[in-house]
Design a protein around this ligand. Structure first.
Ligand code: ADP
Length: 192
């Protein structure tokens, strides 16, 4: 299996690039933010639980996220591979992901990290706010909170993959197709 962690701060372009990566490599998309928003739309208990955290730009508790991801992995063990988007966002989640995959004799092939300056992230999120309908995209304070949470809780996750020699960074500023080309040359170097 080809199992990729697509990493980067909010607004880095993970969603945009994920769609293209999935098309190219036929992977199952596990995007935790999208999954929560779907639950929210359906009015499920999980959605209600996640909503308060999401609206404030905070992380949903690890055990909730990990359980949701585990279900998705188990449902798709016949897939060609997975792309994890917005997960893992804490070291605890990264450890849990390694363990969950290990149970099925699977591993992460590599991480692709999109690097984008904070000021550019703000511009992109504000632009997205016009159409996303997302509460967490709407004001400066919420955007700042998400970037702060990213720096404090999520950026150390890169170190987890550096230790395993699976970290690859890509400049996330440029045209969508140029960035995609860089991503595919990294992915093509992964052994699956
Ligand atoms: P973005 O990366 O653009 O901020 P996402 O759609 O990935 O947006 O996530 C939106 C929100 O969903 C996060 O701010 C957080 O509240 C919640 N969330 C998503 N993934 C996780 C995760 N792995 N751990 C905890 N919370 C998460």
């Amino acid at each position: 299996m080809l199992n990729i962690v697509l990493f980067g701060p909010p607004g880095a372009g993970k969603g945009t690039q994920s769609e293209k990566i999935i098309d190219r490599y036929t992977l199952v998309h596990i995007a935790t933010g999208d999954l929560f928003r779907r639950h929210l739309g359906e009015g499920s208990e999980l959605g209600k639980l996640a909503q308060g955290f999401m609206d404030e730009g905070k992380l949903v508790p690890d055990e909730v996220v990990i359980g949701m991801v585990e279900d998705k992995i188990k449902e798709n063990l016949d897939a060609k591979g997975f792309i994890f988007d917005g997960f893992p966002r804490t070291i605890n989640q990264a450890d849990a992901l390694d363990n969950m995959l290990n149970e099925h004799q699977l591993i992460i092939s590599g991480m692709v990290a999109l690097v984008v300056p904070h000021e550019e992230l703000r511009v992109r999120i504000k632009e997205r706010a016009k159409t996303s309908g997302r509460v967490d995209d709407q004001d400066d304070k919420k955007i700042s909170k998400r970037i702060e949470v990213y720096e404090e809780e999520t950026s150390p996750v890169a170190g987890h993959y550096k230790e395993q020699a699976k970290y690859n960074s890509i400049n996330g500023v440029g045209s969508i197709s140029d960035i995609f080309n860089q991503i595919t040359s990294v992915i093509d170097s992964f052994k699956d």
